[in-house]
Every structure is written in C-alpha cells, then in structure tokens.
Design a protein around this ligand. Structure first.
Ligand code: ZN
Length: 335
C-alpha cells in the first residue's frame, strides 16, 4: 500500500514539474471557434406565449360541441387538430384506438401525435387529452348531457396548438412531440383507474417510436380555469422529483407563483400514470387541484360550468409561457 502511495505521489510530482515544459500548442491555422468538438448551440430567445391565440384555439374546440367519442363533433374536431398541426409544419401520426367502454360497447378514438422535427433524437414531449366527458355527473341538473369541457380537455390542447404555432415561427434544433390523447375522460367516477385514460393506455403499450424516451415529458390537464392552482402532484413527485422542482422553479422565475404553488398534493389518476407504468417514461402532470374532497379539481369539474366562461387567459399564459421556457431553455442548454 505504501509503495502505491509513493508511486502516486511521484507521478503527481512529475506531472507538476513536467507541466511548464509542455509549452503552448502549435497554431492550427483554424481561426473558427466552431472547430471545438461540440459546436455551440445557436441560442434562440424564448418566444412570448400568446394567450389570445391560445384562447382562440380553445374556443374553436368548444365550438365543435362536446368532443365525445363516437360523435360527429369528436370526429370533426380531430380532423381539425390534424390539419392545424400540419399547417404549422408538424408531421402527424393518427393512432387509432378502439377500447371497451365501461357501460358497454366500444369507444373509437384517435391519439394525435404531432411531431416537430421527427428526425431529431433529442425530444421533449408535452401531452394533453382532446376528448371531453359525455355526462355532467357532478352537476345538479342535466346530468346526462355532455359537457363543453372548455377546461377539461380543450385548455391543454389549446396550449399545445399555440406552442406548435410558436415553434414554426421560432425554429430550434431539438424535437418536440405534442401528443393529444383521446378517450381520457369517459371513465367511471369512483371506479377502476383503468376505465379512464384509454387512449394513453393504448399509446403507452404501442409507442409511435419503439423505445421512445423524451428528455422531458409533461402532461397538461385542467390548465385554463379561473382560480387554477397547480400543486406538485404526487405521482409526478414520485417519478421525477427534481424535474418537478425545476418546472415549478421556472414558473416562479417567470412570476407565476400565484398559480404554481410550491406545495405538495397527492397522486391523481391521469394519462401520465399509464405512461409511467407501461412505457417507463417519467411524465409529470401539471393539473389544477384547487379544492378539497369531492371538489379537488374545482367546482366546475364535470359540470356544465366547465364552459368558455370559466376560462382565464392569465392561467393559459402562465402554463404556456412556462412550457415555452422549458422547451427553449432546454434547446439553449440552460435547463
Ligand atoms: Zn375530466
């Protein structure tokens, strides 16, 4: 042991003495700083997230009528989503899903996977669900009528569409996948988790790219209503604690601590649960949990109050700008 120590000390001493004699490297005739092994990233400023535009994308979805699977409104809205992502230069995969409905029969849907620069390996994934609920089971009247789902469904997708628009205008050199899951919201209240999130259950077992593993994965749900409060959700904290803290820290830096609360809440069954379980992708969920007990998602949840009047552009802005910063700062090597 002593010999080893002496030998190490000798080597360190030789290295130290030898250093002054090494001298400067000969000139390489290459003045470009880009000659270094890793070329510096072309920094792109974080674009401003346009809440007015996101609100327009939200209204458009609501105008189709409730996006209930197996209905014409659902089909038309899906076609519009595909067209719109393509219009912004995205490559779109339509993944058809047919899954048993817990009340009987089948629900037919389509997961819409919109890819920005699909050829690139480094990718960020942001997801939301685009279908809406076929009943207002938490309301006191018209319980059997489908809800508008302005917040529950349309808000997350509106943020994705606005990100798509911004990416086309402000190009970057990393890939972004904006995934609209279908068949999320027609599960059994109080029933088995597996009656919900049928689209993401299918996708997570049938990934559009084998071994798909994005650098970051975020789910957006209920991201548009007045009084939204985004707590650090339990499953997200469990699977990606550091990333959750990063995102909440980013929101705080941007001045959105009013919405992104630096406190923890329990786990919620949502699309991210199945993405984590089946695909092993550590997806976190940004979901408004402003209440307690039966109203954990807010009093408008699964009622007819979830219409366009519940939407607050300031909430869309807070979530959208935070996601924009996540994408561009990751590209710029800051995140
Ligand atoms: Zn819902």
């Amino acid at each position: 042991m002593a010999y080893v120590l002496v030998a190490i000390l000798l080597l360190v001493a030789i290295a130290y003495i030898a250093k002054p004699f090494l001298g400067p490297k000969p000139p390489t005739n290459n003045p470009s700083p880009n000659a270094t092994p890793t070329a510096p990233v072309n920094q792109v400023p974080v674009p401003d997230f346009q809440a007015d535009s996101a609100f327009m994308f939200l209204s458009k979805q609501v105008d189709f009528g409730p996006r209930v699977p197996n209905t014409p409104a659902h089909k038309k809205c899906g076609e519009w989503l595909v067209r719109t992502f393509k219009q912004y230069g995205f490559t779109v995969i339509e993944q058809k899903v047919s899954a048993p409905y817990y009340k009987g029969g089948y629900m037919n849907g389509v997961n819409i996977i919109a890819q920005y620069k699909p050829e690139l390996g480094k990718r960020i994934c942001i997801a939301a669900h685009w279908d809406s609920r076929n009943e207002a089971d938490k309301d006191t009247k018209d319980k059997n009528k489908a809800i508008d789902g302005a917040d529950d469904g349309a808000s997350g997708v509106a943020v994705l569409l606005e990100i798509a628009r911004a990416l086309q205008k402000n190009p970057i050199d990393i890939g972004v996948d904006l995934i609209c899951f279908d068949l999320e919201d027609n599960g059994q209240d109080g029933g088995a988790s597996e009656t919900w999130c049928l689209g993401s259950q299918y996708w997570s077992k049938n990934l559009h790219t084998p071994s798909y593993m994005p650098t970051h994965a975020v789910l957006l749900d209920l991201v548009g209503a007045k009084g939204a409060k985004f707590y650090k959700e339990g499953i997200s904290r469990n699977v990606a604690p550091q990333f959750v803290n990063k995102v909440w820290g980013l929101a705080a830096q941007l001045g959105y601590s009013e919405y992104f609360i630096n406190e923890e809440k329990g786990g919620i069954t949502d699309d991210h649960l199945f993405v984590i379980q089946n695909a092993g992708i550590p997806m976190i969920d940004i979901i408004s949990l402003p209440g307690e007990g039966d109203h954990i998602f807010g009093s408008h949840h699964h009622t007819h109050a979830d219409d366009i009047n519940i939407i607050d552009k300031k909430v869309l802005k807070a979530v959208g700008q935070t996601m924009m910063a996540l994408i561009y700062q990751t590209h710029n090597g800051v995140m």
